[in-house]
Design a protein around this ligand. Structure first.
Ligand code: GCV
Length: 665
């Protein structure tokens, strides 16, 4: 038995009477590295799924008449990375214009066989929505993972890089869901990680990037903006200083000579203590463009994060609003970024809370390459202990209408390039993996890993379709049992939201670790994260009478968010300071809603834990028990949240629960 599971690629035997598969490759070279991976995946997949031997035929050859004949064929009319899979009786065709597309089509074919959906007369064409579909690792070189909840890094140990079979399996998983870029180190680049761009690590990095290249994945590195100081011994890292520019030019020549396949760099600058252009009175565009110009001759990208805000705020100051920061720093520079710069924007203006509005920068920028950043590492959403299927949240974000123009104005339109014709754009997720046996800590959290990739490729898929696909690939269950897991997943975000922070207010979480309740944990700190509760009400006034954040949206959204009565209720406390006696649309007061949602959230968490029990004996024991254990911890957490939040607001408001349930005094 291996030290890690095969997730959704476990290729367990399905019932089917095919016992041999003939594969022909037409128009692609069998020596191509991606085609080699494709062939080995077909062998592995059909062996496992059908117990069938795979015969690879030379071009035009013919195999055994009774088998399935799979042709992998070049078809130039299909867009880059896209594919068409079709079947007529025993003949299956996977068509693509390039090797990546052929590989993705192969995974699609195996998926259809696995789920029993490859009917005798089948055809499906898929072309990726987003040019860049990336994973961001926050792995540190000492083996720890910032906000990692699944063990240690499988890339690094004791400041050394590991490349082994697990790296290959990781690359297979990523390719199987259409990921084409991976940033392998934390955006907080410190210590040994700063040396990733030196010859100390080039050999290992090359080895890793070769494994990724076998699966059509480009490797990227996070960069320390202060490298000229830390590695070059210079006094400054001012992006307009000619000596600094020269240093970067020499450095990039060295890096891209050693690592020609590297896709470029991801940069966190002027954020949470990281160095950046502000130190020298320069703009974010000055910093990004300098690096972009330096990497341009090598045809590489600079992905520049917009997570820039004042993290030394004073809670007494009610005018400074962290939510405003991204827009305030980046909006005026729209159009000033060079073509190979992409701004990477977190989905909300704060920081991956369970509920936030969509960042007004998405679509606020119309002349700049944009990439959406989401987080499948469940930092604020249950840390892979509590079940929280995040695809519904991501769907809300990508479907959000920004009103940046008359048509094609959703976030999906913007990040895919459909809105403004950008080529360098897409979506990235902070990944939830580690070296735990099951990769994601909670076996069910793999649905987020799988789901993110599938959604990045095809944004028209629904959260339910993705959940069902994942369940079918992962477990062998009757339809009614599949439904149990699909429903658990689909309800999980709402449940988590109900027992944690109400109506978009966010935070109220244990400082630093970010797991479990601490209503005032971030109330008097420097991070700009306040709920402003008093004896009359709670919430942050971000209307034009408050911090003005609501006005950063286009008028259609701004007017909606600006007024308490028009504001979508799930975001009410994000935008307004609301009296406890305020009546929501269903007639309940705000305080009663807080009590009700916390009782309901906790009891529904118990219900889904009970649903899992129904699957005992149907899910492999090891997986069943791991998840069961997580649910026990989730229920403990949900009770803590319920009681601490309810008690806190009962003490503040002095208003009793109308239903007379137990609230601790
Ligand atoms: C990588 C939040 C997290 C940090 C993270 C940061 C970021 O503040 O808590 O751990 O740092 O976001 O996205 O850069």
């Amino acid at each position: 038995m291996s030290d890690w599971t095969q997730l959704w690629l476990n290729y367990r035997k399905v019932s089917c009477d095919i016992n041999s598969v003939n594969v022909s490759i037409e128009g692609f070279s069998c020596d191509n590295r991606i085609i080699k991976s494709l062939i080995s995946e077909l062998e592995r997949g059909f062996k496992g799924l059908l117990d069938a031997d795979v015969n690879i035929l030379a071009e035009g050859g013919s195999g055994k008449a009774d088998g399935l004949n799979v042709a992998i064929k070049k078809e130039t009319s299909i867009l880059a990375e896209g594919y068409r899979v079709s079947r007529k009786g025993s003949d299956v065709l996977v068509e693509a214009s390039d090797e990546r597309g052929a590989l993705y089509g192969t995974y699609h074919l195996l998926r259809m066989v696995n789920s029993g959906e490859l009917s005798d007369d089948y055809e499906k064409k898929c072309e990726p929505d987003n040019p860049l579909r990336m994973m961001n690792h926050w792995d540190n070189m000492d083996g720890s993972i910032e906000r990692g909840y699944s063990g240690r890094s499988f890339f690094y140990k004791n400041n050394e890089i590991t490349v082994d079979e697990r790296t290959r399996d990781y690359a297979r998983f990523m390719a199987s869901i259409g990921i084409n870029g991976v940033v392998i180190n934390n955006v907080n680049v410190k210590d040994a990680a700063s040396y990733l761009i030196t010859d100390r690590y080039f050999d290992k990095l090359k080895e890793m990037s070769d494994v990724f290249a076998d699966y059509g994945i480009k490797m990227y590195l996070s960069l320390n903006f202060a490298s000229p100081i830390e590695l070059g011994g210079m006094e400054v890292c001012d992006p307009l200083d000619p000596d600094v520019i020269k240093w970067w030019e020499d450095k990039c020549k060295e890096v891209f000579t050693a690592l020609p396949d590297l896709g470029g760099f991801l940069v966190k600058a002027d954020s949470e203590g990281r160095p950046g252009p502000f130190t020298y009175g320069r703009t974010q565009a000055d910093g990004a463009n300098m690096l972009a110009d330096v990497v341009k001759p090598y045809d590489k990208l600079i992905i520049w994060r917009c997570f820039v805000y004042n993290c030394t705020q004073d809670w007494r100051d009610t005018k400074t609003d962290r939510a405003r920061a991204g827009y305030d720093y980046f909006k005026d520079l729209d159009g000033k970024y060079h073509e190979n710069v992409i701004l990477q924007i977190k989905n909300g203006p704060m920081d991956f809370q369970i509920r936030e509005p969509v960042s007004p920068l998405l679509g606020g920028l119309t002349k700049t390459n944009q990439m959406l950043e989401v987080q499948i590492a469940q930092e604020y959403t249950g840390q892979q202990i509590d079940l929280c299927y995040l695809i519904p949240l991501f769907k809300e974000v990508i479907d959000f209408k920004t009103y940046c123009q008359k048509e094609k104005d959703t976030v999906a339109d913007i990040i895919s390039g459909r809105a403004f014709g950008n080529k360098n754009c897409g979506i990235a997720a902070v990944i939830n993996t580690g070296n735990d046996l099951n990769w994601t800590g909670n076996d069910l959290a793999a649905a987020n890993l799988y789901g993110f990739g599938r959604l990045a490729f095809d944004m028209s898929l629904s959260a339910e379709e993705i959940a069902r696909e994942w369940v079918k690939q992962t477990y062998t269950l009757e339809k009614e049992d599949e439904d149990i897991i699909v429903n658990m997943l689909l309800n999980s975000r709402e449940i988590y939201e109900k027992y944690t922070c109400p109506l978009g207010i966010g935070w109220m979480v244990t400082p630093n670790t970010h797991y479990g309740p601490s209503v005032d944990g971030y109330e008097y700190s420097r991070w700009g994260t306040y709920h402003r509760a008093d004896h009359l009400g709670l919430g942050v006034d971000r209307s034009d009478k408050g911090t003005g954040y609501a006005m950063q949206y286009y008028p259609e959204n701004a007017s909606k968010y600006n007024e308490m009565d028009k504001c979508p209720e799930e975001l009410l406390l994000f935008f307004h300071h609301v009296p406890y006696s305020y009546r929501l649309k269903d007639g309940r007061t705000l305080i009663q809603y807080i009590y009700d949602s916390h009782f309901e959230g906790e009891s529904r968490a118990e219900e889904i834990a009970g649903d899992w029990e129904k699957l005992k004996g149907k899910i492999p024991d090891d997986s069943f028990n791991r998840v069961k254990n997580r649910f026990e911890r989730q229920i403990y957490n949900a009770k803590e949240w319920r009681d601490q939040v309810n008690t806190y607001f009962y003490r503040k408001s002095g208003i009793a629960d109308e239903k007379g349930r137990k609230i601790y005094e």
